[in-house]
Ligand binder design. Structure first.
Ligand code: F6R
Length: 607
């Protein structure tokens, strides 16, 4: 997830690009850059770090000119560095990109064999080479060169391309990543979202999937990838700048809940190897003969993802798993050594407890595999292997899309291990890969059914406590549901293994206690239904999260929220969504500060 902007007109481009990028920093902030055309050539200025670093650099190396493109990056391929910052320039071509080029390795090899020299580790630079190559191979203009290049790339993208040789034209294209054109008077804009251009214009055209747009000073032309021109009426944006930043959602948390299908799809890009019924961990190859045990270490929500990891790794790879809080692990002189694979899970990649636990594990000879959402953060740098989720920056303090993409990362790791221990057959792996690919659409199905969950939240929003119950891999989801609710609504909530309820918490149940029961289809379905009946017998209010098509559950519950069916191993990735939404709507009903709940910070760098 990155922020992109382009401008063409008669005013100086740089201040407009920087103004736009300052509104886009929430989309990525590990580096920024601009390319601005002036008198026959474009000048690229880019810089690792926050936008303020680029602004400072531009005061020393100004980039005058009336056409330009700008980018703020959230690294996916290649660490944050000056060289990996966008725009990427190859010959006369400057390119900015938001998204992931899935076939980047094959294209890089092909282009290298044809003599291309690369100056970055990014997938984006490949596109600049493709366009430059298409022009030398005879494409009559930039638009044709971009179109021919698009035919070669697979993945998710919004590109904006500029050529030194064709001043007066910006060419942009979209597949899965957002792109909007802003219409001015004798000037036009293109951006990843309206926030970037709202201070300049409110007349916009949203570019749709599989469309290109040629942006000139005096007009814009929309077309499909075959060059067939399309027409679309501009829309006038009535959102305030703050609303626009949140994509029209009331809070970042709600926006991020809705972004999960996209975040999961991006995390899967390039990692599914259907040809070999296997996964690719970005070139990491773990030697399972040396792994006697897997130990997950993490904190908070990442700890809950790790608990699901226990089921995934033990179930698919049949390797014994321990899960520990990082803050406990490091202080109990853990028995850990060379036979252990320590999996450190952290969305921020900066949590101090997790970092110190890794140091402890490494000191004792274990190898460490980190799962992080931030490229080159301290934790992945400290680990022996770093695997990145591609959720994009998460602004809401309560973790949502970082959690579901962690579950994807852990599922991929479990499949990788399972295929290598031999306990996961090709056939089962194939089924699981197909289910993973189908997940984003199923997730969309859930996040788009907010009205029912909002109504339930209003009904129970005044409760003083909630109980969440689940069995097996739904138990960590019960814990996660309780954590989400307490951190943003300040209502006390507990997560319990459903079978444990009768050993104590059953005493809490009365007509005032809403009990959320995770009861998707599966081997513990009947047992969980019995627990649910026990709650109802004591007048507890039951909200069941069940599989679509379950006709029985309605008879045992006050409310049923249905989720689509999926493989048993992947159910937690779906069942957590209604819980995130329930917490969100309860907190919204109570009017708490959802994106910045009291006492909490996004990155916990103290012990
Ligand atoms: C809760 C939440 C926290 C974090 C925890 C660990 O919504 O976000 O519980 O999960 O502070 O943070 P990371 O994953 O950055 O190590």
């Amino acid at each position: 997830m990155c922020g992109i902007i382009g401008y063409i007109g008669s005013r100086q481009a740089t201040p407009i690009l920087i103004g736009g990028l300052s509104k886009l920093e929430y989309r990525g902030y590990d580096s920024a850059g601009v390319s601005v055309w002036n008198e026959g050539a474009s000048r690229v200025v880019r810089c690792r770090g926050k936008l303020s670093g680029l602004v400072e650099k531009l005061t020393k190396e100004p980039a005058p000119g009336t056409m330009g493109i700008g980018h703020t990056r959230w690294a996916t391929h290649g660490r944050p560095s000056d060289e990996n910052s966008h725009p990427h320039k190859v010959g006369p071509i400057s390119v900015i990109h938001n998204g992931i080029i899935e076939n980047h390795l094959a294209l890089r090899q092909e282009l290298s064999a044809a003599g291309a020299k690369f100056s970055s580790e990014t997938d984006t630079e490949i596109f600049a080479h493709l366009v430059a190559h298409a022009l030398t191979a005879g494409a009559p203009d930039l638009t044709t060169a971009v179109r021919r290049s698009l035919l070669k790339v697979r993945g998710s993208y919004a590109f904006v391309v500029m050529s030194d040789k064709e001043p007066g034209t910006l060419v942009a294209a979209k597949n899965s990543s957002p792109l909007v054109v802003g219409l001015g008077d004798g000037e036009n804009y293109v951006a990843s979202d309206v926030t970037a251009i709202l201070s300049e214009t409110r007349r916009v055209i949203f570019v749709e999937e599989g469309e290109m747009v040629v942006v000139k000073r005096d007009g814009v032309t929309l077309m499909d990838f075959e060059g067939k021109v399309r027409t679309r009426e501009p829309k006038t944006i009535t959102w305030s700048a703050v609303q626009a930043e949140k994509g029209g959602f009331k809070h970042y948390m709600l926006k991020e809940i809705h972004e999960q299908p996209r975040a999961v799809a991006d995390t899967l890009v390039g990692r599914i190897d259907l040809e070999h019924d296997d996964v690719s961990l970005d070139g990491i190859e773990l030697d399972v003969s040396k792994i006697k045990r897997v130990i997950f270490i993490a904190c908070g929500t990442s700890y809950h993802a790790s608990m699901v990891g226990e089921f995934l790794v033990e179930g698919l790879a049949r390797i014994p798993v321990d899960v520990d809080f990082a803050s406990e692990f490091r202080y109990r002189d853990p028995i850990v050594g060379p036979g252990d694979l320590v999996v450190a899970v952290s969305q921020s990649g900066e949590t101090l407890d997790t970092m110190e636990a890794i140091r402890e594990a490494k000191k004792k000879g274990a190898q460490v595999f980190a799962i992080s959402n931030v490229v080159e953060a301290s934790i992945p740098r400290l680990a022996d292997h770093a695997f990145y989720t591609h959720a994009g920056p998460e602004i809401g303090v309560a973790s949502t899309k970082a959690f579901t993409t962690q579950l994807i990362g852990i599922a991929l790791l479990a499949i990788h291990l399972g295929r290598r221990t031999g306990s996961l057959s090709k056939e089962r792996a194939r089924e699981l890969l197909a289910e993973l690919i189908a997940l984003p659409n199923k997730m969309r199905d859930i996040v788009e059914s907010g009205a029912q969950i909002q109504a339930i939240a209003r009904r129970y929003g005044n409760a003083t406590g909630f109980l969440f119950l689940g069995r097996g891999s739904q138990f960590p989801i019960a814990l996660e549901g309780a954590l989400k609710l307490k951190e943003i609504s300040y209502i006390h909530a507990e997560g319990y293994a459903a079978g444990e309820m009768k050993h104590g918490p059953i005493a809490l149940i009365d007509e005032h206690l809403p009990v959320v029961v995770l009861v998707p289809r599966g081997p513990s379905y009947e047992k969980t239904v019995s627990n649910l009946a026990e709650v109802r017998a004591r007048q507890g209010k039951v909200i069941a999260i069940a599989t679509r098509g379950d006709n029985e559950i309605g008879g045992h519950s006050d409310d049923v929220i249905v989720i689509p069916d999926t493989a048993l191993e992947l159910q937690p990735i779906l069942t957590v969504l209604p819980l995130q939404m329930l917490s969100y709507y309860v907190a919204d009903f109570k009017g708490t500060d959802i994106d910045q709940p009291r006492n909490l910070a996004k990155s916990v760098t103290v012990e």
